[in-house]
Design a protein around this ligand. Sequence first.
Ligand SMILES: [Zn+2]
Length: 125
Amino acid sequence: MKKCLYCNRPFVEGVCNDECDNKYEEFKIFFEKWYKKSIVIILLTCSFFSTAILYPKEGLLISGIVLSLIGVELFFLPFATPQTIKSMGVKGSVELCIKYSKYFIVTGIILIVIGILIRILIPIK
Ligand SMILES: [Zn+2]
């Protein structure tokens, strides 16, 4: 059974209607423009994690910042892997990314708050 490339509803071939067609094309242009850049941005953000080695006492704070940044990036550039997009359809994969982006942002902010609290409560000598 073939599925609509955009909304993932079972369909004969391609996309189910003009609306899905427009949105699919829109996403394709957006994807082609930003997908590779989004991988570079995420990798650069992750590499910021390594500063935690230099400042182990700020590890929680750094992790929180990195996690929040990844969340923000995923929110604005909601790209799942091409395999996921293919199996879930564009709509489902974007919704999944945005859902995860919110988890990342919330978890990141919690870590930042804990990191700051620890810093205040346990002064570093
Ligand atoms: Zn559709």
